[in-house]
Structures are given as C-alpha cells and as structure tokens.
Design a binder for this molecule. Structure first.
Ligand code: ZN
Length: 131
C-alpha cells in the first residue's frame, strides 16, 4: 500500500516523520514486512537519526553546511548545488523492518525528512510491503 504525506518546510531542517510512517503502517493492517520511506525531491532527503536530543539534528545541519558548502565553481544555474549534493549524500529513502505490527527502530531513532533548499511545499511516500 502506498501513502503520500505533505509538509511545508523552512529554509533547512530535520522534520520528524516517524508518526506519519507509524500511521501508514497502522492503516495498512500489515504486521510483517518492510516500510520504505521515499522523498521524490532532489534537494531534500530521508534519514534516520536521534529522536531525543534536538541538538543532534542541529549539529548535523551545521556539519552538513561545513562539509558541503556552496562553492563558486558550481555551474548549476539554479544556484543550489550544495543542496543537491546534500540530498545525494544523505539519500532519498530509508527502509525499516516491520514486525509484530511495529516499526523495528532503536529507542533513540526517529525517521526524518530533511530539507536543504526550502522553504518549499514537499511530499514523501511510505510504501508498506508485506513479507
Ligand atoms: Zn537545482
């Protein structure tokens, strides 16, 4: 089953979407398989990271800014190559095991939609596959 969710983002940020993925899983009635979370954008991404201390995602954004800065040598006319690079490095999907009707995540793990070139109106998909 395929589920689609929408969000409005700021310039950049990590958005915890674990609740929407759990909602999709509950609606699917599937109790064993996998959940694939996919972002259909080229300057955003999906990742799994710490859900408890908000300083972690703040630090990740800072580190991504430092590691993948905008560069004058970039040729892409839209001027957002650094955001494209961050999207490719983080990746546009995550796969989570589903067992006993639950997402198999660690205690401190959350699923995040990450924005690198907002503000924008974004969407992501959740596909629950029985298995
Ligand atoms: Zn672009």
């Amino acid at each position: 089953m395929l589920f689609e969710y929408h969000l409005n983002t700021d310039r950049e940020g990590f958005y915890n979407i674990t609740g929407q993925v759990r909602k999709a899983l509950a609606e699917s009635k599937i109790t064993s398989g996998i959940a694939v979370v996919f972002c259909p954008h080229t300057t955003a991404a999906i990742t799994i990271n710490e859900n408890a201390d908000p300083d972690v995602v703040t630090d990740l954004l800072y580190a991504l800014d430092q590691t993948y800065p905008d560069r004058p040598q970039f040729r892409h006319a839209e001027g957002n190559s650094a955001a494209h690079l961050r999207s490719s490095c983080i990746g546009t999907s995550e796969t989570v095991i589903v067992e006993d009707g639950r997402l198999v995540l660690g205690t401190w793990q959350g699923i995040y939609f990450t924005e690198f070139d907002g503000p924008r109106s974004r969407k992501f998909y959740v596909k629950i596959v029985k298995g």
